[in-house]
Design a protein around this ligand. Structure first.
Ligand code: CA
Length: 223
């Protein structure tokens, strides 16, 4: 899952990027509204954390421009505690949720998890596929109840496919959602990671669809 943080306060920006990165997301950061708008307009983010009080272009205008352009990614806005009118303007502009400053990082993490799973149509933090289970809250993966140890990239890969269970996800889409903008992207390495992940899981849930991409779905009973 790839996220964008738009926050002009350098300390807060660093804290948000750090905490979301530690939670297993790939995070890009912008420090003003113009840069934030550009990234959100050109890169495929799974969710955005957007401060409203931003230099160059304010957060509400950034959000309005994204929504007018048809961008549908879930957006969590950061508002000042005493400014109820900010929240109203934010929701009217297309925000999905808000956190008032000052906030506890845990609350931001929980709200981002909720946004991601709602946008993927899931009601709880636990994603299941036959014997395979992935808890987005604890970052725990189990097969038939036994914990499987994954690297952070393997976890991100599996989490993205599990959020899109039953759908074919192309290699290009995976690369775009697993690496940040500065990463030297090579879609061939995805094949290697998928192979390793499949071996670790040991169950037939991660399928290669020739010429199209990958798909997580229940094991095929016939085979
Ligand atoms: Ca600000």
């Amino acid at each position: 899952m790839r996220l964008l943080v738009v926050e002009d306060d350098p300390d807060l920006n660093r804290q948000l990027v750090g905490a979301l990165g530690d939670a297993g997301y790939v995070v890009d950061a912008a420090k003003d509204g113009e840069e934030g708008h550009f990234l959100g307009d050109t890169e495929p983010y799974d969710a955005v954390v957007l401060d409203l009080g931003l230099p160059v272009l304010d957060g509400v205008s950034v959000l309005e421009k994204w929504r007018r352009a048809g961008k549908k990614m879930p957006v969590l806005i950061l508002t000042a505690r005493d400014r109820w009118s900010d929240k109203v303007a934010g929701f009217d502009a297309g925000a999905d949720d808000y956190v008032a400053k000052p906030f506890h990082m845990e609350e931001v993490l929980a709200r981002v998890r909720a946004l991601l799973r709602r946008s993927a149509g899931h009601a709880t933090s636990e994603l299941d596929c036959g014997p395979l289970s992935l808890d987005t809250k604890s970052a725990r993966v189990t097969v038939n109840g036994s914990a499987i140890k994954l690297t952070s990239l393997e976890f991100r890969l599996l989490a993205y496919l599990m959020h899109h269970k039953g759908k074919v996800v192309s290699r290009t889409e995976l690369v775009e959602h697993l690496y940040d903008q500065d990463f030297d992207r090579d879609s061939n390495t995805i094949e290697v990671f998928v192979g390793r992940l499949r071996k670790k899981l040991g169950v037939d849930v991660l399928h290669t669809i020739r010429g199209m991409g990958y798909c997580v779905s229940e094991p095929d009973n016939a085979g």
